[in-house]
Design a protein around this ligand. Structure first.
Ligand code: GLN
Length: 244
């Protein structure tokens, strides 16, 4: 059976606001089409060989957790940057997105070096950017939920994932959200992101399948429920509770 291997970065520590749902979505959308999926957990301090990884995923986490994970990630930086150069698709959310930039300075002013996949620098602020978010991107309008105090500034030349239509995104002023380097996508959208945005899930899967197995297209799935979920979220700027 045609198989994809998904490397999941620090699943126990970086998993806020349902980020694990992104992994479930990737696995299910493969299985529904008759492909096999294997999820390989990357754990802090343990060896991991990325050469077999077809897709890399990392979720969000609190500042304190990011300090420890950032150190471990930096030891794997060279390997991960090589994967990006090789066109391996990646999805990095919030805390992971910040660590894939150049550096993250926490609210407590601790500097956590990143691995520099994205030309982006993040600084914690006293204000939290919270609520549902809509972003126009090359993968259509994406809907997610953001909750971060870090404000990310992209360097000149670093492509953003898209333009914010509702919510904040990278910071409170730029109107831009996330970053794209090669097939690596960084974003502040949790929620989780992929169940509400099947086109993005399929983009990641097709990139991985075509790279490893020469697959040229994916069988369409019935995404009515996914689109309904996205529409409901998009109609509630401050999130499900109405309180943000
Ligand atoms: N600790 C980071 C921040 O608040 C990331 C939070 C998250 O991953 N949700 O900016």
């Amino acid at each position: 059976m045609t198989k994809l291997r998904i490397a999941h970065l620090y699943p126990r520590e970086l998993n806020t606001y349902g980020d694990l749902g992104n992994i479930i979505t990737l696995v299910k959308r493969l299985e529904w089409r008759g492909y096999e999926a294997e999820v390989l957990n990357v754990e802090r301090g343990e060896p991991f060989d990325f050469s077999g990884a077809d897709l890399v995923f990392g979720g969000g986490g609190q500042d304190s957790v990011q300090v420890a994970m950032g150190e471990d990630l930096c030891r794997r930086g060279e390997e991960l940057r090589q994967l990006v150069s090789d066109g391996v698709p990646m999805l990095l959310i919030c805390g992971s997105y910040q660590l894939f930039g150049r550096a993250f300075t926490t609210v407590a002013r601790r500097v956590v070096p990143g691995i520099g996949v994205f030309g982006a620098e993040t600084t914690g602020s006293s204000r939290r950017l919270v609520g549902n978010i809509a972003v126009d991107s090359p993968f259509g309008r994406l809907i997610g939920f953001e909750n971060h105090s870090g404000e990310t500034v992209l360097e000149p030349g670093q492509a953003a994932l898209g333009t914010v239509r509702m919510g904040f995104g990278n910071n409170s002023t730029s109107g831009k959200e996330g970053a794209i380097s090669g097939n690596a996508i960084g974003t502040y959208m949790h929620g989780p992101l992929l169940p509400k945005n099947p086109a993005l899930a399929d983009h990641l899967l097709l990139s991985a399948l075509s790279r490893r197995h020469g697959v040229e297209e994916l069988e369409p799935l019935n995404d009515e429920l996914e689109h309904l979920t996205a529409r409901v979220a998009a109609s509630r700027p401050r999130g499900p509770s109405g309180r943000g």
